[in-house]
Design a protein around this ligand. Structure first.
Ligand code: BT5
Length: 325
């Protein structure tokens, strides 16, 4: 409801549009236009009406609503089911429950805040309300369960491209699941799968992206390490717009991965690889090693040259404990 009117007002970027023009574009009478204006105002949009000049948009809420999100996606998109929560424990937990109950491939969950946002290995994801994106995607890909971790890298490429489009600044990817802006973490990905021994049932891909969080929105211990689009660009970003861009980018990257494998996306990953050429301390299994990262390969492994040897190693799963800045 009202998405066409919203689009017309937004196109004019704060300038007046005559009631006549709006009516013509909507195929609606003046009275019907006025009703739609009232409806948008009730959703929190600041719309000024002036006799003779028409209507103009003064401001709008940064809230994610289903109708607007859908109107920003292509009608043929893979996303077909949307669950928006003002508050939830963790969108990944909600998504796993929905998946078990039979929710379709292409389900999107999004919360305004999370009380139990999760990172990897039982860590916490800080989820202050009203400012960021906390999203889970439910997919049922026709791939071997052993390949599921590669979806983290597919997601990272899509997220980096969406962030660059929305914010106009370069994003760097830290293997395997972090997105950095100007040297600080702005997003993390947590992919969790459910599989029978030989068959993947579903994958839940959780994405936490700091959009408009200010320094004070993070706990003290995180303030120098975490950042947001707003902190790096000096302006606010509309969360629904960033989310729609990410969903569109994900759809393309996912299709590219299914048809061409990770190899088809690797140049887009490695171009943004934060660790390439840097010395780092890595934990893999029970072991810790120092060495230099080289690149990420077509299986999603980190190619790594341990200190003091010439032989390369391929790390399939691990944790970067520290890296040279
Ligand atoms: C991640 O874990 O980076 C994956 C985060 C995934 C969060 C999303 S939100 C939607 C969905 N629902 C969930 O419950 N989770 C997913 P990891 O690599 O383990 O990083 C966690 C570490 O990042 C923490 O220990 C902190 O140091 C740091 N951190 C926590 N919250 C942060 C934030 N908002 N921004 C930047 N860094 C943060």
């Amino acid at each position: 409801m009202g998405e066409q009117l919203r689009r017309i007002l937004e196109e004019h970027q704060g300038r007046y549009v005559s009631g006549e023009e709006i009516g013509r574009r909507l195929g609606a009478s003046r009275a019907a236009v006025w009703k739609k204006v009232q409806a948008l105002r009730r959703r929190g949009f600041g719309i000024e009406g002036a006799r003779g000049a028409g209507y103009r948009l003064l401001g709008r809420p940064d809230r994610i609503e289903k109708g607007e999100l859908i109107s920003r996606l292509s009608p043929a998109s893979m996303w077909n089911s949307f669950h928006l929560f003002p508050v939830t424990d963790s969108t990944n937990i909600r998504a796993a429950h929905l998946a078990e109950a039979g929710a379709p491939h292409g389900t999107v969950l999004c919360a305004d805040t999370q009380t139990g946002g999760r990172g990897r290995l039982g860590r916490r994801w800080e989820s202050p309300p009203g400012v960021n994106l906390y999203v889970s995607l439910l997919v049922r890909p026709p791939i071997d369960p052993r390949e599921a971790p590669r979806l983290t890298l597919v997601t990272a490429v899509a997220l980096a491209e969406a962030v660059e489009e929305a914010a106009g600044i370069p994003a760097a990817l830290k293997w395997p699941n972090d997105l950095y802006l100007h040297g600080k973490k702005a997003a993390g990905i947590l992919a969790e799968m459910s599989a029978d021994p030989d068959r993947l049932r579903h994958v839940v891909i959780g994405v936490g992206l700091n959009v408009n969080a200010d320094r004070e929105d993070f706990p003290a211990g995180l303030r120098s390490k975490a950042t947001s689009l707003k902190r790096e660009t000096g302006r606010s970003h509309l969360r629904v717009e960033v989310l729609a861009r990410f969903l569109a980018r994900f759809e393309e990257a996912y299709a590219t991965y299914l048809s061409g494998g990770l190899a088809a996306l690797l140049p887009r990953w490695n171009r943004r690889c934060l660790l390439s050429g840097r010395r780092l301390l890595l934990r893999h299994g029970e072991q810790e090693s120092r060495g230099t990262a080289v690149r990420v390969d077509e299986e999603g492994a980190l190619v790594f040259r341990p200190e003091g040897t010439g032989a390369m190693r391929r790390i399939h799963s691990g944790e970067i404990l520290a890296f040279e800045r």
